[in-house]
Design a protein around this ligand. Sequence first.
Ligand code: ZN
Length: 451
Amino acid sequence: MADIASGLLAAKPEVASLTIAGFSLKSILATFFLATFLFERYISVRQIRMTRIKKRPAILNGIVDDDEKFLKTQDYSYDKLVFGFVTSTLEMFKSMVFFHFDLLKATWDLSAHLLEAYGPASLAGNQLAISLILQNILFLSETLLELPQSLYYNFVIEERYGFNKQTLRLFATDQVKNLFISMIIQTAIILPIIYLIGWGGERFYLWVYFFLLAFQLVFLNIYPTLIQPLFNKYEPLPEGPLRDTIYKLAKKISFPLTAIYTVDGSKRSGHANAYFYGFFNNKRIVIYDTLIKSLELPEVEAVMAHELGHWYHSHNLKNMAIQQVSTFSMMYAFSFFVFNRSLYSSFGFHVPADQELPYLVGLTLFLQCWSALNLAMKLLMNMVSRSFEFQADAFACGLGYGKVLRSGLLKMQLENMSQMLPDSLYSLYNYTHPPMLERISAIDKLLQKKD
Ligand SMILES: [Zn+2]
């Protein structure tokens, strides 16, 4: 008995690592990661196989009859998928090294050391200051590691198919701007969250959730007006038939349109797009110059009708509601995680009971777990998004744009070289938009009903 007591007293005053059924949390997390990784690579191999079909199948007859275009699109999809396969494998490898060698702990220690050596004495050991340094070190190293991939993607793959329109100089200035803006935004999010966790105690998740909601609402306003103009030129659409038809269309369905802008998307890429933004009675439409160039006037109008269909069916609001539920449940789940000392010790952080836990570390680890567990959420969100696209198409068809929408969408898909024959499992899991053939056949059905 005495032996046991002395043995207990002699034991290190550390918190034990969290284990579930004898497995450490770290190995459980690693297994989850690996399982997600293998599943995603499996479906991407299925998708890659579809891009190796060299003979244009009969289902494309009357939709895409150009053999050369079909082959080029197949090659483009193949190159992108192989690139994705390689980069995600590297990413997985990086995560494993990061966890295995407890690099988060090492970076935290480095941040604390840097603060002590170079920061004001009054801040030594301050959790907020250390977290800020840690976050920036992680972000900078991540950005540097991703730089070669990003260069390869834009200047080799996109270049090969004529999509890359940016110069190296523009790419470099974009990177620098992105870096600064991201650092500012991350600081503005992370510092209040860490402060609120320490301040709010057990119910911190409520405060953090409200803070995130407020941040999101502010961000939705400043993003198009302050941030996007740093990268592109937004100009009011000049007077003319296009402007007139869009205003007429907006009036017809009582869309509170206040401005239409064109954006010089062609500065960077040949891909085309259009969208609207703004709260309540102040909606603005943005059209890419690439879209105006590649489509006929009635087709642009039909694409606009589709966009307004999203507004008519309140898709943005619905998306936002889903996002709120997701953010809230995430923060609620995080509240079971953040104060658990044994969890931190699983990753090398042995924090004595009288010391505050490094909350940013808890958050970083938690977000990793959450994303590994979030397959179902991704699947669900993509299914919802695809049903919204069908609904918006049906809205445009209802306004009489069926035929021109069909030809406009086809042109856009061909210009963007979207994969024509996706694998069913891959598209179910990854696609936010329905595959082209499904979309065209849904429009055709609506057209037939009308005839
Ligand atoms: Zn849409």
